[in-house]
Design a protein around this ligand. Sequence first.
Ligand code: ZN
Ligand code: MN
Length: 254
Amino acid sequence: MTQRTVRRVLMQELTRPEYEARVGDSIVILPVGSTEQHGPHLPLGSDAIQVEEIARRVALRLGAIVAPTIPYGYRSAPRSGGGEIFSGTTSVTGQTLILVVRDILQALIRHGSRRIVVLDGHYENNMFLHEAIHLVLDAGAPPDLRILKILWVDPIPTETLDRAWPDGFPGWALEHAAHLETSMMLALRPDLVRREEIREDGVESLPPYDVYPQAPDFVPASGVLSDPTRGTAEAGELLLASAVDGLVAVIERE
Ligand code: ZN
Ligand code: MN
């Protein structure tokens, strides 16, 4: 296999023979994103763009294959994504997400894949991915199958988080379209960040509960949950490198 072939990691760019030759021995990464409002300054595809690029960088390090990113996620929750009241947020039900992920996992297994990473880029997806993996196991998966599920931010160590936030890491509670995602998108796709639209319009805190239907003033009208104004490409590069290193370490360990 030439170096050039090995460097090609996106499943969509492989031919059937190239895929067949690699799928049994390679890790396959399935990124799961969302289509969700990210305020006036970040694109609707922010979750999908970030998780796909992280998957691609991890795959280059590991010689893995990246399956096409699932561009829709489970319903946005007010306290983690602003909620479903915003235009642009285009979600699927839990049942739909479970079945889509289950079907894709079963196809990968049928192709001979035995080591799969489900890489989550949208917080709300978590338990539906968990359920999809369980349905695959319940249906009688090959005994040597290993599936790892992980949210891409989770392997970033606390020291890196403290370095990436100007005043130290405040916690994940209000991190939507805010410091992390603005910094990440400045690092990954600066062409898509509307810098003139970056402004502080966040909240100090949100109540520790949800009310249905969601009140229009429950989260800021901007859809940004906390301050994005101090986001930088440098902080994004730091977080990105740390996430990729952390994911490579976790995947190699497991
Ligand atoms: Zn996001
Ligand atoms: Mn999200």
